[in-house]
Design a protein. Structure first.
Lengths: 82, 462
């Protein structure tokens, strides 16, 4: 799964995103859902399969990305280090 | 940057400096140097001139015989000063053409050693409370009451924090949030890094309501236990936007402490790639950070543990290790000092990748605190410094909501009142200095005495 961003109306739902982007449920990280990045400007994020992202890049006005989704770690020790 | 400036003044001045019976000052040697703050406490030092012992020899050779002449016509004089970090190249260029200046040299700090990972604790959490002037904060009503203090980390163990702190605190289960697939209840996660962060944040703001967001426990494909993915943090910040928007304007106060980051460029697109995170303000996580801050949240990030003296073994950026949101202009990026006020050797140095002047300031770390990692183990890393600073911010917010003093203005107040360390003014080790609670309280008083809200209410909430 890769991270992409899309423009959708305020209050967008996953179903709305699937419809607008012509995506199947199995192409999307449903557990992650649609994340409002900047709701005032209709910017949302979702995780989709690499294939779906590749298909969407054919219509660049529909999406931006894929974006890096790096691993994040504590800036300090953890019990697993001990 | 501290510098030594080598000058060749007139022979009579050199003779005076070299005469042990005379105490010369920098002002006797040079009438000011543009852009250099001369140190009046440093007695100028005469430096002999190396001359080859044999004709045709090299005066700078380390192998050939030399004669060192202290004759006034040969010798030079050293004075000490400072050049602002962001003006070094310009000033050096100007100085090199100035009459009398022979050379300008770095004057690095020399010391036995800085506190590093693996060292035992330096002081304890009561020392941190004393240094933060917590009694004064609380006496003036800055205790975190009514403030949502979010810990985005590995989850909080409320029982452990309360037992160690010796006091109960409010764990806001209703507004806590977990990434999809994370099991466990808010406040009941295993004692680990997030528990340390909550403890350290509560040192200054014990009345804050802790929102528990175990974003680093996500097991989303691509991540692993105790590592999340940045997309999990993005979802967490989207949740926090709903928390913020639901708060009444007159008491809006959401503080978010983030003691995590990305250690390796291997997980990122390279800088310049449109999907890059580390250097790219257009990355969606950097956008959501800016958006949440603009909506009124105070966001703090650890500067990181990739300091040059003793970096964390995971550090993989060859330079500028303060990356992505940890270097975002709309967040407070926090470096670490021990309770003696010295920077810990692992605290990452700037400049940042999104904003140059990172870290912003420093706070205390490496002290005996939560005991989250076992007896005798310190609360360490900029991981501890960040929530210590976040606790101060949360304490302030109990009387000054973000609708009255914006996060940006509060950051300005914090850095302006910081206790300057390192070289004069801003530097990439300490930022603007160590968080200075009495200075902040005085600044708030000054502002309150001359300001009322737009509706005519007193500026400070009582």
């Amino acid at each position: 799964m890769v991270l992409i961003t899309v423009r959708l109306p305020r209050g967008a739902t996953l179903d709305m995103a699937l419809r607008e982007l012509r995506l199947k449920k199995e192409e999307v990280d449903v557990g992650y859902g649609v994340v409002a990045i900047d709701p005032d400007h209709g910017l949302y994020g979702l995780r989709v399969s690499a294939m779906a992202a590749h298909r969407l890049t054919a219509t660049p006005e529909a999406m931006d990305g894929p974006w890096a989704d790096p691993k994040i770690e504590p800036m300090g020790p953890s019990r697993k280090d001990r | 940057m501290r510098v030594l400036v080598q000058l060749r003044p007139s022979p009579d001045v050199v003779a005076a400096v070299a005469d042990p019976a005379v105490t010369a000052t920098a002002a006797d040697v040079v009438n000011g140097l543009p852009g250099v703050l001369l140190d009046p406490t440093f007695t100028p030092v005469a430096v002999p001139r190396p001359l080859p012992a044999r004709a045709g020899g090299d005066p700078l050779s380390l192998n050939q015989p030399l004669i060192f002449s202290m004759a006034p016509r040969d010798a030079s004089v050293l004075v000490r000063g400072e050049i602002a970090d962001d003006e070094v190249s310009t000033r050096l260029a100007l100085l090199s053409g100035r009459g009398g200046v022979v050379g300008v040299y770095a004057d690095p700090v020399i010391q036995t050693s800085l506190t590093c990972g693996g060292d035992g604790p330096v002081g304890g959490w009561r020392d941190v409370r004393r240094l933060l002037a917590v009694e004064r904060l609380h006496a003036e009503g800055y205790d975190g009451s009514g403030v949502a203090l979010t810990v985005t980390d590995t989850g909080v163990n409320q029982r452990h924090v309360s037992a160690t702190l010796g006091a109960d605190f409010v764990l806001d289960r209703e507004r806590s949030w977990s990434p999809d697939g994370v099991s466990g209840r808010p406040g009941e996660f295993d004692v680990d890094h997030g528990t340390m962060c909550a403890f350290d944040a509560l040192l200054a703001a014990p009345k804050a309501s802790v929102i528990d967001i175990p974003v680093l426990l996500s097991r989303r494909p691509g991540g692993s236990a105790l590592d999340g993915l940045l997309s999990d943090a993005m979802a967490a910040f989207a949740h926090l936007r709903t928390v913020l928007d639901a708060q009444p304007a007159e008491s809006r106060a959401l503080v978010v402490t983030n003691s995590w980051g990305s250690f390796s460029p291997d997980w990122d697109f390279p800088p310049g790639h449109p999907g890059n995170y580390s250097d790219n303000p257009a990355h969606p996580f950097n956008l959501i950070v800016g958006s949440l801050a603009a909506a009124g949240a105070d966001i703090l990030f650890a500067a990181g543990n990739c300091g040059r003296e003793c970096p964390d073994g995971r550090c993989a950026y060859p330079d500028q290790p303060i990356t992505g949101a940890n270097s975002h202009p709309a967040v407070l990026s926090v470096a670490g000092v021990d309770v003696t006020g010295e920077r810990v050797g692992y605290s990452s140095q700037g400049p940042g990748r999104l904003a140059d002047r990172k870290p912003d300031l420093a706070a205390y770390t490496h002290f005996a605190g939560s005991g989250a990692f076992g007896p005798g183990e310190p609360d360490s890393g900029t991981s501890a410094a960040c929530p210590v600073a976040a606790g101060v911010v949360a304490a302030i917010r109990s009387r000054v909501p973000s609708t009255v003093l914006s996060p940006s203005d509060l950051r300005t107040l914090l850095v302006r009142s910081a206790d300057d360390r390192g070289v004069l003014g801003y530097d990439y080790d300490y930022g603007y200095g160590v968080v200075n609670v009495p200075g902040i309280v005085e600044a708030l008083h000054a502002r309150a005495s001359e300001t009322r809200t737009a509706e005519g209410r007193p500026w400070l909430v009582s």
